[in-house]
Design a protein around this ligand. Structure first.
Ligand code: F6P
Length: 357
């Protein structure tokens, strides 16, 4: 059997750990397994590029950050657009056949899964593995890469907290996560942030300022605020992400965090600073939890391929590794429940979400 592996979308820690586990399983359990890597995610499949992966290529990469296959973003909405040489979808289908693949492992996030479902419906044998620091893939309790990012962000918070405390400052820390607040919520709680702003709970600027002013009045001179990059004002909630970005740019407010830091500083009179963590959240070695999760997900995905079970993506459910049909999860997202236990608990210990609740 011939197996292809690709990694698509934004990278995260643990991609190589999954690749390794898939490879080790196949080399050990499938007679004459031929394995190829497809470079740059769907980009390589569109161009028809692949290279052989041998057993030794899987050695020593468990703890390595990034992806040995490289990755790229290929927007789902562009897949069926006609272009010179045919649509990207038609080129991928032709190359899948030309490469003689019996199975393709697609390691990626929500967008990757949409394309994976489409390839599967068009007759390719696909097995997905859910990756992203955003933790927003439907049908799995956790995505690989998320826990490492929580560790990294929490450590960054800890470091920023000490300088914030030394200077009696209000400190805003912007965290990635796209439209989901998981990374901000988990790392914010883990780091002891007093305020957490996430897209799922639109904030009110007055409520934010009142909370911070009350802390200052109570003699609390330092406040740590975790701000999701997708956090939005209650008044912006009706707009789509692109429309919000347009309005903010027109007003000269490049990011929500920067804008908020200015408003808070003016309103409270406290020294206010912000820090955008950026790509350090995606880089580096996976934490032990992710190494274990990636190894289990990869090994399970390879076993499914061995058993001829395609059109699925692997998942963690409780403590068990399982799978979902790609068509059941593609296009769906998993968001923080504003009325859920984690948010309720956080509120119960005094964490503000920047609203009037
Ligand atoms: O999806 C992962 C992610 O890191 C998001 O949290 C973030 O919004 C986005 O990717 C950044 O994308 P890019 O790497 O294209 O700048």
């Amino acid at each position: 059997m011939k197996f292809g592996i690709l990694t698509s979308g934004g990278d995260c820690a643990g991609l190589n750990a999954v690749i390794r586990s898939i490879g080790l399983y196949l080399c050990r359990n499938v007679k004459n397994a031929e394995i190829v890597g497809i470079p740059d995610g769907y980009g390589g499949l569109i161009r028809g590029e692949s290279f052989p992966l041998r057993r030794e290529d899987f050695e020593g990469i468990l703890a390595q950050g990034g992806t040995i296959l490289r990755t790229s973003r290929q927007p789902f909405k562009k897949m069926t657009v006609s272009e010179e040489g045919g649509s990207r979808l038609s080129r991928m289908l032709a190359n899948y056949k030309k490469m003689g693949l019996d199975c393709l492992f697609t390691l990626g996030g929500a967008g990757t899964h949409k394309t994976a479902a489409m390839l599967s419906m068009e007759g390719c044998n696909i097995i997905g593995v859910p990756k992203t620091i955003d933790n927003d893939i439907y049908g799995t309790d956790v995505t690989f890469g998320f826990r490492t990012a929580v560790e990294v962000v929490t450590e960054a918070f800890d470091r920023i907290s000490t300088t914030a405390a030394s200077h009696s400052r209000i400190m805003l820390v912007e965290v990635m996560g796209n439209k989901a607040g998981w990374l901000t919520l988990h790392s914010g709680i883990a780091a002891g942030a007093q305020m957490i702003l996430i897209p799922e709970i639109p904030f009110d600027v007055d409520a934010v300022c009142d909370f911070l002013a009350a802390r200052l009045a109570a003699g609390e001179h330092t406040t740590m605020v975790a701000v999701a990059e997708g956090a939005l004002l209650a008044s912006e909630a009706k707009f789509k992400k692109e429309q919000r970005a347009f309005v903010r740019t027109a007003l000269g407010e490049s990011t929500v965090t920067r804008h908020l830091a200015e408003v808070i500083g003016e309103h409270t009179g406290a020294e206010t600073r912000y820090s955008v963590l950026g790509y350090l959240q995606r880089g580096g070695t996976p934490c032990a939890y992710d190494r274990l999760l990636c190894s289990r997900l990869g090994g399970y995905a390879a076993r499914l391929a061995h058993e001829g079970k395609f059109g699925v993506t692997v998942a963690l459910s409780g403590t068990a590794i399982t799978f979902n049909a790609l068509t059941d999860i593609a296009g769906k997202y998993k968001f923080v429940d504003p009325a859920g236990e984690e948010v309720r608990f956080a509120r119960s210990i005094g964490i503000s979400f920047g609203d009037r609740a």
